[in-house]
Design a protein around this ligand. Sequence first.
Ligand code: ADE
Ligand code: ZN
Length: 347
Amino acid sequence: MSFASPQQRQAFIAGIPKAELHLHIEGSLEPEMMFALAQRNAVDIPFASADEVRKAYAFSNLQDFLDIYYQGMNVLRTEQDFYDLTMAYFKRIHADNAIHAEIFFDPQGHTGRGIAFSTAIDGILRAMDDAGSQLGITSQLIMCFLRHLSEEEAFATLEDAMPYLDRIAGVGLDSSELGHPPSKFSKVFAKAKTLGLKTVAHAGEEGPPEYIWEALDLLKIDRMDHGNRSLEDDGLIERLRDNQMALTVCPLSNLSLCVIDRLEDHPLKKMLDLGLCATMNSDDPSYFGGYLNDNYEATATALNLDKDHIVKLAKNSFRGSFLGEDAIEQSLQRIDDYVSEFDRKIG
Ligand code: ADE
Ligand code: ZN
């Protein structure tokens, strides 16, 4: 069903209960917080104002962005910094009616510059606990390995994580995709699986369909991050549809990183129409110009998504989550209740 007006669609998007499954917590560092933390920790940053920082956020590919992203996280030094960063994200998505989030962090982005693994994760976990008790948002944590580093370094990071295994839902794979295929990490992913961790990987953001096959067959992932380039391979589409493998799609990120030229060219609607379990996510919202609802809104406008598409995306965000069956069922029911109430109000 289509909406009577853009305002009605906006209201529907704003209120629908949703989950976010692809969010790098370091990518939610807003320029204002970057400045505040730089001052608090006496860290030099090469910008004079938050506006100047925003102006620097013009990227022509993934690597362009990553260079600035790793530089930005340099202001994060203490447990309190990681807490403040994470809590600010939860407060922001609370306003978007997100009720669950599965967030990434990049421990090697911190240990590589002398910040202890425990400093980062303790702050993030404390904010996750407070988001649960203060905002009613449930969350899980996924630790990513940086794929431009070696598998040996990923193993060392997994070792750092051992004391926290009961608080980590899974491992992921991010950073520079081209030239760093999933096969480079097959042993460490196999080890993570034996520890009971879920596995996800960025694949097919810039990398070719072969990388997506490797993520499925060699890393045996439970969920795929991005996956845009699956559409180039009919065999992949069939595999992803048959398994109902969730794809964590990030439209504003794809636009910022020139994966697509225009939002109107984004493959999300096609993915849904093909029966793939696509979900909507923000990736690195402070760098890519929008949080979860901004992604829904901009994409719905560009692709003329109707109500069924929005409901599907919100439902997929729970179906593709690592929540238990009961929690998933309850969330789907909340969406059905929301839709009935919305329909009743607009008569
Ligand atoms: N790290 C943070 N955001 C990322 C992205 N979109 N792709 C790969 N690595 C990332
Ligand atoms: Zn990402």
